[in-house]
Design a protein around this ligand. Structure first.
Ligand SMILES: Nc1nc2c(c(=O)[nH]1)N[C@H]1C(S)=C(S)[C@@H](COP(=O)(O)O)O[C@H]1N2
Ligand SMILES: [Mo]
Length: 346
C-alpha cells in the first residue's frame, strides 16, 4: 500500500505502538520495579510482541484523516487509562496497530480487507455533526464538539470478535455510551437506540457504485439496556490517537460481547425508538445475521462454525486458533438475556 506521510502532525506527537506497549507494561509492573530497570523495560517490547511484530509486520498504517481537531487530540491525550484488572481490560497480547488499521470491514470503502485503509485517505471529520432524534427530551443537531466536550475519554482494552471468525484485541479510547445517551434524556418510550452511518458519495466509493449490495446508509441498533451497559462504548480513538478513518472516525460503537458488525462506524445519527430498529446485516441475510448478534460458540453460522476463531495476526504457519467464549468472555452481560432463547435470538 501507499505509505503516506503525516504532514500536519509533528512526529513528537506520534506514539509508536512499541512505546504504547511499553507504557502498558510499565503501568502493570511499574510499582514493583526500581526506576532504572523500569526505564530499561520501556525500551524493550515484550518477547511475544517481538515475535508478532517481526513475523507479521505490515506497512505502517495511516490514520487517513484530512485533519484532526486540536480539541479532540487534546481530549485523547487527557484520557484515563483502563483499570488494571476486570472486564475493562485484558492481559491478552494486543493486536498490532498495523493489523487493527489495515485489516478492516467498512464496506462503504469497499469489501476487501485493505480497501478501507487504502481508500480512506483524507477522510473528513471536521466539521461533523450528529442528529439526535426520537423518544428523548433533547433532540437536535449537535456538533462533534457538543457531543464529546463534557466527557473525559477513557481507555478500554477489549476483544473484538467478527462474525467471520477472526478476532483482535484493541485498546480503544472513548466514552461510556450510557453517559452520552443520558445527556439526551431518553423518555419512557425509548426501548431501543438506532445508529446510522454517514452517507457521502464523494468520500465512500461503494456508495456511488452502481453495483452496491448494501442499501445505504449502514444502520445498527441496540436494546436500551444493552446500550446503557457499562461495557458499551462510543469510541473516539484507538492506541494513543484519534480513531483512524478506516476504524470508523470520528464516532464508532463498540459492544465487546457482540459480533463486530454491530459496532457501526462513522455515526451521524442517534435515534431513540419504541420498536426494534432494523440493522443492515439482518436486512441483507436475515437467516445468517440477527439483531442480537451476541458472540455464541454454540450457535453456528449457517455456513461455518462459531466454536473457534483466528486471533489476528494469524497466518497459515501460525494460525493462532482459539476457542470462542460465550459473550466473547464478557459473562456479566448474561443477565440481560435471561429467559431468552439465544438460538432463536441470534
Ligand atoms: N458503517 C459500517 N460499520 C461497520 C462495518 C461496515 O461495513 N460499515 N463493518 C462492521 C464489521 S462486519 C466489523 S467486523 C467491524 C470491523 O471493525 P474494524 O475494521 O475497526 O476492526 O466494523 C463494523 N462496522
Ligand atoms: Mo464483522
Amino acid at each position: 500500500m501507499l505509505i503516506k506521510t503525516r504532514k500536519e502532525i509533528p512526529s513528537s506527537e506520534i506514539t509508536p505502538e512499541s512505546v504504547y506497549k511499553a507504557r502498558r507494561q510499565f503501568l502493570k509492573t511499574g510499582a514493583n520495579v526500581a526506576l532504572g530497570a523500569a526505564g530499561a523495560s520501556l525500551l524493550s517490547p515484550t518477547a511475544s510482541a517481538q515475535v508478532g511484530d517481526s513475523l507479521f509486520a505490515r506497512a505502517p498504517a495511516d490514520i487517513n484523516l484530512a485533519s484532526r481537531p486540536d480539541w479532540l487530540v487534546q481530549k485523547v491525550a487527557e484520557r484515563k487509562d483502563a483499570p488494571a484488572t476486570g472486564s475493562f481490560n485484558t492481559d491478552e497480547e494486543l493486536t498490532p496497530f498495523s493489523d487493527v488499521t489495515t485489516y478492516n470491514n467498512f464496506y462503504e470503502f469497499g469489501t476487501g480487507k485493505e480497501d478501507p485503509s487504502n481508500n480512506a485517505s483524507e477522510f473528513r471529520i471536521d466539521p461533523w455533526s450528529v442528529e439526535v432524534a426520537g423518544e428523548c427530551a433533547k433532540p437536535g443537531t449537535y456538533t462533534l464538539e457538543d457531543v464529546l466536550k463534557p466527557h473525559t475519554f477513557e481507555e478500554r482494552v477489549y476483544r473484538l470478535r467478527c462474525v467471520e471468525a477472526w478476532s483482535m484485541v484493541i485498546p480503544w479510547i472513548g466514552i461510556p455510551m450510557k453517559d452520552l445517551l443520558s445527556r439526551f434524556e431518553p423518555n419512557g418510550n425509548a426501548q431501543y437506540v438506532k445508529f446510522t452511518t454517514l452517507v457521502d458519495r464523494d468520500q465512500f466509493p461503494a456508495q456511488r457504485s452502481r453495483f452496491a449490495t448494501i442499501d445505504w446508509p449502514y444502520q445498527e441498533g441496540l436494546r436500551m439496556d444493552e446500550a446503557m451497559h457499562p461495557l458499551t462504548l462510543m469510541a473516539t480513538g484507538l492506541y494513543d490517537d484519534v480513531l483512524p478513518a478506516q476504524n470508523g472516525a470520528p464516532l464508532r460503537l463498540v459492544v465487546p460481547w457482540k459480533y463486530g458488525f454491530k459496532s457501526i462506524k462513522s455515526i451521524v445519527k442517534i435515534e431513540f425508538t419504541r420498536d426494534m430498529p432494523n440493522n443492515t446485516w439482518n436486512d441483507l441475510q436475515p437467516r445468517e445475521y440477527g439483531f442480537y448478534a451476541n458472540v455464541n460458540p454454540n450457535v453456528s453460522h449457517p455456513r461455518w462454525s462459531q466454536a473457534s476463531e483466528r486471533r489476528l495476526p494469524s497466518s497459515l504457519f501460525m494460525p493462532r486458533r482459539i476457542d470462542t467464549m460465550m459473550f466473547n468472555g464478557y459473562e456479566e452481560v448474561a443477565s440481560l438475556y435471561e429467559g431468552m432463547d439465544l438460538r432463536r435470538n441470534y
